[in-house]
Design a protein around this ligand. Sequence first.
Ligand code: ATP
Ligand code: MG
Length: 257
Amino acid sequence: MGKIISVCIPKGGVGKTTTAVNLSASLAVAEKKTLLIDADPFGASAIALGFTTNKIKAGISDVFNHTKSIHYAIHNTDLKYLNFIPANINSIKLDEKFAKSSENRLILRNSLKIIRNHYDYIIIDCPPVLSGITNNALNTSDSILVPVKCGHLSLEAVDKLFNYVNWIRDTSNPKISIEGIVFTMYEKNSKVTEISEKELKLKYKQYMLNSVIPSSSLLNEATFYGKPLCLYKIDSIGALAYLDLAYEIISKNEKIN
Ligand code: ATP
Ligand code: MG
């Protein structure tokens, strides 16, 4: 049964979408059957994968409004092992309707029941808030992956997230665990990096993953071409870092030596 991992932290612009998209693509490169779900109404994952509105036949808003079954919302991508469910919430009216329906925190969990057997990993890209769709995502997840932007450390956001996860665990999803914390936009040998690392390790050392994602403008550039970095420049440091992260997660979950 597929492991469901939400990429989540209540802070904007820290690399959640970049991590969700590039980790999913890297898992697919490793021939793991992967489904990426865009749970952010902003729809940035679709842009990063080259899905323009005309290519989207159904999405997460249809699932939440019960207008189409989840099977219709699954799209193929350029990678054989990667499927994608876009957010398709592209009007204020839909956004309001979506916000209302996502108050039922079990919609996503119930919808995924019928498809999770088809996948090794299901990755959910969350918005930077801890309510509505994020509540849905965490109620269906086995674990969360926490991207922390190097140099803009917000211990407060990490604390808030961990408290929220504890509350979800106590009230509705006892199995949820922390997959790990990963540094994004990492700049070696800089003072802010040193300070950020020190502060984070003081409190959360046991959750820190070995893989770190370096700062690389190619990660941004690739989204303009609608491609994950491994399909744009596979030998770049950013692409290799996400392959490393995928390998670390696979090793952790599948006990590879
Ligand atoms: P939001 O909360 O708005 O959804 P987010 O946490 O999903 O934001 P991203 O959209 O992934 O963040 O990244 C924010 C910006 O930083 C984007 O322009 C992205 O291309 C860039 N970025 C992400 N990771 C890196 C990196 N490792 N190096 C350089 N730029 C990066
Ligand atoms: Mg995002």
